[in-house]
Structures are given as C-alpha cells and as structure tokens.
Design a binder for this molecule. Structure first.
Ligand SMILES: [Ca+2]
Ligand SMILES: [Ca+2]
Ligand SMILES: [Ca+2]
Length: 261
C-alpha cells in the first residue's frame, strides 16, 4: 500500500506545471520526457510514477479497475455495467458504474481535485508504444446500465449531466508512451486530476460515467495490443456531502435569526 506522504510529494511536484499550462486548444505530449503534466480545460494530465498497477493490485483500496477498453486503431467506451457497449471489455467485473461518494479528493496547490489513474497496454516497439488519448468526458446521473451506443447519444441523453469535457472549446489530446513508465512493469501511465468543483452539488449516491477515446487524434497514436484500464486514484480526503453543507447553512441561519431576537 502506498504511503499517503508519497501522494503529497507527487502532487506538490505537479502543481508547478499546473500554473504554467494553458487551456483551450492543447496537446499535452507526455511522450516527451521533459513534460510531466499539462492542463486541459482545468484538469491536470500527468505522468504517474508512484502507483502499483495491474488488475487486482492497481487502486485496489478504491475498488480497482472500473473501465476497460480494447480495440485496434480507434477505441472508446465508458464504465457502464451494460454489456456490448462500444469497445468495453470484461463487463461488469472490470467495467461498471462508480458512485460520487466513492471518489477520493487530493489538494494540489490550493485547489481540490478528484484523481483517476490510467494504465495503458500497447506494443513496446516500432512506434506502436505511442497512444493518443483523444477525449475524456465525465457525466453524473441517477441512471444505471446506460447503453448509449455513441458519444453523441451520451451527450444528448437527458438523464446524464456532463461535468467535464476534454474537447470543450477544441480538439484537445494527450500523447502517451507505453515505454515511458516502463511498460508492463506495474506502474500507471497517467494520472488525471479533475477539479472537485466539477461535481459541486452532486449527491453521493449518483453514478459517475467516464467516457474515454483513444487512437484517433495523433499520428502514430493508434491503439493496439491489450486493455486500457481506468481506476480511481486514492484521495487524502473524501467528497463532501452536499446535504451536510445545506444543514450547516440552515444551522448558521437559525443561529443568526436567534441572535437577532
Ligand atoms: Ca499504439
Ligand atoms: Ca480530442
Ligand atoms: Ca491497447
């Protein structure tokens, strides 16, 4: 198990890159060993070098792998427990809904983020080691077993609320290198930190759907070989309960009224 201190040190390192990155049209090239992280639409995409990974080990304390995607060329999917949707695999054991209440929170600089980890599996040679992450869209909903067949139908599904969109405002991308963190050595390839503010007011029992797409945006970034796997990163605190805030506010208001009498 990872010591909490390692998380603190790692996110402190990322905070430096956070302040110098820009939003909007953006390529975060994590295949460039001089680049450790970048920001797209407020979320940090960074190299993760501290986590043990692999099914059953990676993120076990947070529930393990929740999204498994595999195809050649372009591949996409989201973490629904419904089978046969897009390019998802190993449904529902390693591809299933997660709740808002299960998410961890970490602080980077003076902002709170929800961490996710990505473990890719690509061929190690002949430039097949590269993989483009083309899109990440995160939704919340009270629905379970969502089976929209396209990203367009996901976005237009009235049951779902879009909370984060990598491609908002432009066709943004992240380039990943399977060999950078040592391929199958047991480390995650990328950490994604989504601003906690994206989930403001969402009930803890709501489901989170994370849609991601690979292999389409960048030359030599085709998908191949094994599964791409998403897990929840481990937080240093938990998501606050919206109802708790409401009760605190009501209590504060009651105290003010009482003092005025
Ligand atoms: Ca590849
Ligand atoms: Ca894109
Ligand atoms: Ca793959």
């Amino acid at each position: 198990m990872k010591h909490p201190l390692i998380v603190v040190v790692r996110v402190a390192c990322l905070s430096a890159a956070f302040s110098t990155s820009s939003n909007g049209q953006n390529l975060v090239d994590l295949s460039d060993t001089s680049v450790d992280s970048g920001v797209i639409n407020g979320a940090i995409y960074g190299i993760d070098s501290s986590h043990p990974s692999g099914t059953g080990i990676f993120g076990r304390s947070s529930g393990g792998v929740f999204l498994t995607i595999q195809n050649n060329g372009v591949e996409q999917g989201y973490n629904t427990s419904a089978g046969g949707v897009m390019d998802t695999k190993r449904v529902p054991q390693w591809n299933h809904e997660i709740t808002i209440g299960s998410l961890g929170v970490v602080t980077i600089g003076n902002k709170d983020f929800v961490p996710f980890l990505l473990d890719i599996n690509e061929s190690a040679s002949n430039k097949k080691n590269l993989l483009s992450l083309d899109d990440v869209k995160i939704f919340t909903t009270s629905a379970t077993g969502v089976s929209d067949p396209t990203v367009g139908s996901l976005v237009s599904d009235s049951r779902l609320t879009l909370r984060y969109d990598m491609d908002a405002g432009g066709n943004n991308s992240v380039l990943l290198d399977y060999n950078r963190i040592g391929g199958g050595s047991g480390s995650a390839d990328m950490a994604l930190f989504v601003p906690l503010s994206a989930f403001s007011g969402v009930g803890l029992n709501q489901n989170l759907y994370l849609y991601s797409k690979f292999g389409g945006d960048l030359a030599n970034g085709d998908a191949d070989a094994g599964f791409e796997e998403w897990t929840q990163g481990k937080g240093t605190s938990s998501i606050p309960e919206p109802a708790t805030f409401s009760l605190v506010s009501l209590c504060a208001l009651a105290c003010v009224i009482r003092r005025r009498r």
